[in-house]
Design a binder for this molecule. Structure first.
Ligand code: BJW
Ligand code: ZN
Length: 249
């Protein structure tokens, strides 16, 4: 969802001092499972069985069981120090923007308001028939799979599956932010899923500084100006404290 007050086209000429691109790793310390890696969701579940429109058409009950379980996991999670640091940065730096691939809503729970959600939000449901959508935070959902109150069509999680287009306004705003920022923080993403993975490249192409926070190496690492090989909940607050103290390197 595009945050109120964010003008997509107006941003083209506006230089943004700082933008953060976040992925599942930023929520790992909150207890939200990541996708890839030895303990990621894709170790036990196949993306093609659960995170594609074909999988949903084939077996909506199976897909909903998985999302209902993930909603229950996320419902017990709280934002961590990394989410809170980004919310704090928003209070201090004009036009600071979080571009997230996450669907968990933890940035907003931490207090961030300028958040672009590229892959949707797990707390929203939308009808596959009439496009009616609503937020629903009940866990577990009472009737699975849920049906639309207006047309009785099948409701789906309002997230972006493989092979689906990203929400256009959010992607345009994210692209513009990448092209116009001076520094991009790349936090907790394996940076392999397109088109989000192209955002740091676009920032770099436009001479932005890239600062990566990730315990593991990623495709971003080779072009990053600074890398913190640590959990984001530890490194990001420390980095920000250093910035706040005016100790820029
Ligand atoms: C820590 C940490 C700590 C751990 N602190 N860090 C070009 C080339 C090749 C392929 C494609 C291409 N263009 C499109 C594609 C296909 C596909 C794609 O990219 N595939 C690749 C995987 C090969 N992309 C798509 O299909 C996209 N759609 C699209 O392009 O459509 C085109 C189109 C246009 C017009 C009409 C129609 C179509 C859609 C992609 C949707 C991705 N969806 C998912 C599921 C969302 C819903 C849900 O949650 O269920 O999004 S998949 C999953 O991956 C999820 C994530 O947002 C996304 C990215 O993962 P992320 O966030 O990076 O997590 P991980 O787990 O990969 O990494 C975690 C990182 O954290 C690791 O690096 C750890 O080290 C680190 N970490 N602890 C900091 N404490
Ligand atoms: Zn409907």
């Amino acid at each position: 969802m595009l945050p109120r007050g964010l003008f997509v086209h107006g941003m083209r000429s506006m230089e943004l001092p700082l933008v953060a691109l976040t992925g599942a790793g930023i929520s790992a310390e909150s207890g939200v499972p990541t996708f890839r890696g030895s303990r990621g969701l894709w170790r036990d579940y196949k993306p093609q069985d659960l995170a594609t429109p074909e999988a949903f058409r084939r077996d909506p009950g199976l897909v909903w069981d998985w999302y209902d379980w993930r909603r229950e996991v996320i419902a017990d999670c709280q934002p961590n120090a990394a989410h809170r640091t980004l919310a704090h940065i928003e209070e201090k730096i004009d036009d600071f923007l979080v571009v997230t691939q996450n669907v968990d809503g933890l940035h907003q729970a931490a207090g961030s308001r300028r958040v672009l959600e590229l892959h949707g939000n797990i707390w929203r449901l939308r009808c596959t028939h009439c496009d009616y959508g609503r937020e629903d935070r009940r866990v577990p959902l009472p009737d699975l799979p849920p049906h639309c109150p207006h047309c009785r069509g099948l409701m789906r999680p309002d997230v972006v599956w493989f092979g689906e287009a990203l929400p256009r306004a959010a992607m345009e705003a994210a692209w513009s932010a990448a092209a116009n920022c001076r520094t991009m923080l790349v936090v907790g993403t394996s940076a392999v899923v397109e088109p989000a993975a192209s955002l740091p490249r676009e920032a770099r192409r436009n001479n932005a500084r890239l600062i990566e926070f990730n315990p593991a190496r990623t495709p971003v690492s080779r072009s990053a100006d600074e890398v913190f090989r640590e959990p984001a909940g530890e490194a990001l607050p420390r980095w920000w404290a250093r910035m706040g103290a005016g100790k820029r390197r």
